[in-house]
Write a protein that binds this ligand. Structure first.
Ligand code: PEP
Ligand code: MG
Length: 325
């Protein structure tokens, strides 16, 4: 299979009816970046910067952060890398940053909440990213945005750091783009506010589905009960796709959904054209894309979304459709 998928890596990722789908890696360690050459992916859609913090025994220093980000950009070359700001907390434990015990860590003091509350940490990371770019374009993703206000505050920290570097006579990136993650349901009802502020958005299906269904993503006893591509979840995701289209902003799916064939099909059917996934999923998803007539699936899913499919199951509909191919 490996050789089979390797043979696809230079083929453009386009459906049989001409829809171009951008395939990207989820990553977090420099060690897996050279895999971009093996998969032929267009870049890194999600670089989980917290991994460096999770495997360290103390806070990584500014220079250590700079080195990691610079090396990642170096290996990626012309391919974009989207660096997600620290997403610590929840299931991502960093022992030396442990604060008070929490009843519900997934909904607790985490991610950009922690970043804005401890601006030293956030400032250092943003500075490291700006320095690592050494003038090259930079893409930054903000996790767990719950309100547009938090995104604005993060942008203020970014612009202060830019000014600081400029005043110090250091190179700043030729272009900095910053995007919000849509993974907290409240943001679904503020899409027309967040979109104009955001250069791009990225959907984190792992958290979005967890919070939409009130089912712990780390507890399969409950999370397995709710199909992430059942109609209510797909409708929620479609809200983001449609808002992004209205505001002419790129939207990427970077949660685990994008790397699973049936789920990826559902996402493409509602108009998603940017999918970020574990490197091992690129081959199988690309093979599916190369053999796909997307238009009929779009029509079927669109009807299901408006009239309601049997038992809420988009999955059955897609399975039936796939069996007929
Ligand atoms: C997500 O929530 O879907 C996501 C991409 O981020 P993480 O899995 O790192 O929380
Ligand atoms: Mg998340």
């Amino acid at each position: 299979r490996r050789a089979h998928y390797a043979a696809l890596k230079n083929r453009p990722s386009v459906t049989k009816d001409g829809v171009e789908i951008t395939l990207l890696h989820n990553s977090g360690l420099v060690a897996d970046l050279p895999m971009l050459d093996d998969t032929g992916a267009a870049g890194v859609g999600l670089f989980r910067t917290e991994l460096q913090f999770m495997i360290a025994s103390r806070l990584p220093r500014l220079q250590e952060q700079v080195e990691l980000y610079a090396e990642a950009m170096e290996i990626a070359g012309d391919r974009p890398v989207v660096f997600r700001l620290l997403d610590i907390g929840g299931d991502k434990v960093v022992p030396y940053l442990r604060s008070a015990a929490e009843e519900n860590p997934a909904m607790g003091y985490r991610s950009i909440r922690l970043g804005l509350d401890r601006p030293g940490l956030l400032r250092t990371q943003i500075r490291a990213l700006l320095l690592a770019a050494r003038g090259r374009p930079l893409k930054i993703l903000v996790p767990m945005v719950t309100e547009t206000f938090e995104f604005r505050q993060t942008k203020q920290v970014l612009s202060k750091e830019m000014d600081r570097l400029r005043r110090a006579g250091q190179a700043v990136p030729e272009k900095v783009e910053i995007g919000a993650m849509v993974e907290v349901p409240s943001l679904l009802f503020e899409l027309d506010q967040i979109m104009p502020e955001s250069d791009f958005v990225s959907i984190g299906s792992n958290d979005l589905v967890q919070f939409l269904t009130a089912a712990d993503r780390a507890n399969p006893r409950v999370s397995k009960a709710y199909d992430p591509i059942a109609l209510p979840r797909l409708r929620a995701i479609r809200l983001v796709v449609d808002a992004a289209a209205r505001h002419n902003k790129p939207v990427t799916m970077c949660g685990e959904l994008a790397g699973k064939p049936m789920e990826a099909l559902a996402l493409m059917a509602i108009g998603m054209t940017r999918l970020s996934m574990g490197p091992a999923s690129i081959g199988p998803i690309k093979e599916m894309i190369l053999n796909l007539e997307l238009e009929p699936v779009k029509a079927a899913i669109s009807e299901a979304l408006s009239v309601g499919a049997n038992g809420n199951s988009v999955r059955n509909l897609l399975t039936e459709w796939a069996d007929k191919q």
